[in-house]
Design a protein around this ligand. Sequence first.
Ligand code: OTN
Length: 464
Amino acid sequence: MATTATAQPAPVPVGPVPNARQIEWYHREMIAFFHFGMNTFAEVNEGDGSASPQLFNPTALNCNQWTSVLKSAGISTAILVAKHADGFCNWPTAHTNYSVKNSPWKNGKGDVVREFADACKDSGIKAGIYLGPHDRHDSRYGTPDYSDYYASQLSELLRNYGPIWEIWWDGAGADQITSSFYDRWADTVRTLQPNCVVFGTKNSYRYADCRWMGNESGLSGDPCWSTINPGSIRDEETHIAQLNHGEVAGTAYVPAEVDVSIRPSWFYHREEDAQVKSVAALWDLYFNSVGRNSVLLLNFPPDKRGLVSTIDSARAAGLQYLIKGTFKTNLAAGAVVKSLHPRGGTYKPANLVDNSEQTYYATSDNYVTDTITVDLGKKKTFDVLMLQEVIELGHRTTGWSVDYSADGKNWMPIPEATGKESIGYKWLIKFKPVTASRVRLRVTSGKAGVAIHTFGIYKQPSLP
Ligand code: OTN
């Protein structure tokens, strides 16, 4: 006789939960950063705002080449520096003369932001904008007039270039930008682009959908909670550890975005061509960012031609080869999954390995711990582990370990997956290959019952 699953209510969310923008942002996983502007031509990273617009003259700018690099790298979103702290504007803004309109490029008729936004639209990539709050060129910087100036530029960018999916408020040098400046600018963002994610720092902390992760080396903390106390974002100098790890009891949901350059510098310098991160380094970076409940923001600085170097594009394609090759097959798919404290109803243990984002496993409300055993049916060799929590229900699990059994009886720990704390959107771990017929997830502590989408085990291909 067929049995029907008993209807069970869904688990109730615990603590702060993501908003719709943050859920969309998490699904991007990787974003590209394009640092391009006067600094590219002045061959510096932090221009003082005095370089002549005559210097800006890309010989072969082609934003379609940029987006084709992203397509091969599996990157869905891109953020262009429209104005860095040197104040030079990559679009012909009506609000300053320090822009492309006074450069020789296209006889002053060019617009990098337009070409970028159009290329993104044509290739299905989501466009974002970095509009540096700090400005070393404009004498109004820090005054109420600067607030007007910046707000006018923000309006230009958010009104005239189609959907803008992220605005990047760099905290570097921005200490004179007070909360009242951001109150106004955030209002502009929310009014003109309701779906635009705000990367917020320092005094823009109240508007932050995502936070700085505390370093520019690509190393998210372990654990890395999406929750944090807002004051830790505001007072970043004394809260680097909190930015890096999040705070398990934090009162706001503001996950970490990991900004790091594929090269030593943010802007292109030919002498760094030999120092582009290797595919192996990018693979580590992926695990240390996307694999730590964060989103990776990887910088590809276009050169003086206005093109991404073939060295950078080949490395990014190599990373994508590893991502695709590893995650194409969950070796636990089809396994028999059993748990100690199933919730019942549709929240079945088998949902953990069904490759569906729609289903998930949950425990009964009485249990925040559990032991979930995955019987693979035969011995399989794997070297990567993935867990995904149901982020809409908040950070629930706060302690977990994974072990394995080669003979079906004796259990061996995976040291890299022992004594872990956070999960969140995605937690990845790589380790020396193990061969097992059974794998076990032990949830040892939590704020509320377990709610997990995915338990995945994978085998990495060799480096390309
Ligand atoms: O010299 N710096 O300004 C600096 C050096 C190393 C790492 C970061 C910074 S500034 C820092 O940049 C972050 C983005 O990478 C955020 O915008 C922070 O708010 C900002 O203070």
